[in-house]
Design a protein around this ligand. Structure first.
Ligand code: NAP
Length: 451
């Protein structure tokens, strides 16, 4: 098929997405990124068009939306909205995290669920794509309020998930504490011990060692592979990491361990800049134990600077930038500033943190760019390893899981590089990751018939 015909087909599918999902900007953006990458696939293999693979992929298999009522500590009743989007089960049970953040809506869960299909495929593990969450704000809530919310949320969600059907995990606002409460309620609702229904559990009750670290570590392993391709490494590099949550914390830890100096991190209020290198013990205590704002860092480290507003973190000169907070946190202007300041590599720890224009700036300036689907796939990959441990009722050592994670990140990098070369876009890891992820799911869908 000619390039023009393939392009027209992809554009027609994008028009369907816009028409059927009006006002869902994030979902449209995530679909656009994938569709643009797939043009060379349809040129080479037009039979996917006969099977309407794209038209089927852009439509979730199922979307569940539900009421989540809960009572706060003063006795007041609140109502939030819960979601689970079960996007694609061609290669395994739906798998993807739960996000608790006031910004959560249908567009956000659909963009995350759609991306998850391709990311999960890239890991080489047998997991389909899904995502969920609620517009609940966990910040400022007591432990009891979080528990009551999680119990109400799971009372409904438990009807739709299971170790062989749909396996949620954490995401923004959902860490080990929330997973514990969700798991407890699932067990009570279902009356059996199905350890594999959620991943990201504490190791005491079936969690995998190294799952907490996996996304952040995996992102840095991916950077290591990108640098290796240029006969370079992390030693002596200056790194900026946005966010200060789960992904950021362990990206900072691994980058530091590999000889880099991480000079900045942030939260949704602002960022800290510590030229001597971030003290991660302080960040971990402030965020994981005391649940304070990142601003409090400067009280203990007076040489560090605090700046209000998180966007300007990208004005700090660095060799490597790791956006690890949230979607669209890095725009074209920030990308241009990073390029001007000599950035060598960017890897997305967060999901869709760079706008399409920002990605374009990096690619046209020969900055090594690791897209989210590839760079942050380590978390869900280790979640799949947690499922494997749960179903075989054994627990692997930390080093064993970490070694598997490193292998998986290496494979994801190599497969993305190869797919980019095979389809005429050498060096373009966005195209490579999207195509490598797409092919496996598309072939499974063809083999399983029109369902
Ligand atoms: P987390 O532990 O809740 O941390 C999120 C961090 O990002 C916090 O520092 C938060 O600051 C900041 N943040 C959240 N919303 C923001 C906003 N609108 N503007 C600026 N900063 C914001 O979440 P996480 O698990 O690290 O997830 C971070 C990103 O990684 C997300 O895009 C997620 O989808 C992606 N991801 C996570 C995993 C995983 O295994 N956890 C796996 C793959 C991808 P505040 O505390 O001020 O809100």
């Amino acid at each position: 098929m000619s390039n023009e015909k393939a392009l027209n087909y992809v554009n027609d599918v994008y028009e369907i997405v816009k028409e059927r999902n009006p006002n869902e900007e994030e979902f449209q953006q995530a679909v656009k990124e994938i569709l643009d990458s797939l043009v060379p696939v349809f040129e080479k293999e037009p039979s996917y068009i006969d099977h309407a693979i794209l038209e089927r992929m852009i439509e979730p298999e199922r979307i569940i939306s539900f009421r989540v009522p809960w009572v706060d500590d003063s006795g007041k009743v609140h109502v939030n909205r819960g979601f689970r989007v079960q996007f694609n089960s061609a290669i395994g049970p739906y798998k993807g995290g739960l996000r608790f953040h006031p910004s959560v809506n249908a567009s956000i869960v659909k963009f995350l669920g759609f991306e998850q299909i391709f990311k999960n495929s890239l890991t080489g593990q047998p997991i389909g794509g899904g995502k969920g969450g609620s517009d609940f704000e966990p910040k400022g809530k007591s432990d009891n309020e979080i528990m009551r919310f999680c119990q109400s949320f799971m009372s409904e969600l438990s009807k739709h998930i299971g170790p062989d059907t749909d396996v949620p995990a954490g995401d923004i606002g959902v860490g080990a504490r929330e997973i514990g409460y969700l798991f407890g309620q699932y067990k009570k609702m279902r009356g059996g011990y199905e350890a594999g229904v959620l991943t990201g559990k504490k190791p005491d009750f079936g969690g995998s060692l190294a799952r907490t670290e996996a996304t952040g570590y995996g992102t840095v392993y991916f950077v290591q592979e990108m640098l290796k391709g240029k006969q370079d490494d992390l030693n002596g590099k200056t790194v900026v990491v946005s966010g200060s949550g789960n992904v950021s914390t362990y990206a900072i830890e691994k980058a530091t361990e590999l000889g880099a100096t991480v000079v900045a991190c942030s939260d949704s209020n602002g960022y800290i800049y510590d030229k001597e290198g971030i003290n991660l013990d302080t960040v971990k205590r402030l965020k994981e134990v005391e649940r304070k704002r990142i601003k409090a860092y400067t009280e203990e480290h007076p040489n560090a600077e605090y700046h209000e507003g998180f966007e300007n973190i990208w004005t700090i000169p660095c060799d490597i930038a790791l956006p690890c907070a949230t979607q669209n946190e890095l725009n074209a202007e920030s990308a241009q500033t990073l390029v001007k300041n000599g950035v060598k590599a960017v890897a997305e720890g967060a999901n869709m943190p760079s706008t399409l224009d920002a990605i374009n700036v990096f690619q046209t300036n020969d900055v090594l760019f690791g897209p989210a689907k590839a760079a942050n796939a380590g978390g869900v990959a280790v979640s799949a390893l947690e499922m494997a441990q749960n179903s075989s009722r054994i627990a692997w050592k930390f080093e064993e899981v970490d070694a598997k994670l490193q292998e998986i990140m290496k494979d994801i990098y190599n497969n993305s590089v190869k797919a980019a070369e095979d389809y005429g876009k050498p060096g373009n890891l966005v195209v490579g990751a999207n195509i490598a992820g797409f092919l496996k799911v598309a072939n499974a869908m063809v083999d399983q018939g029109v369902i």
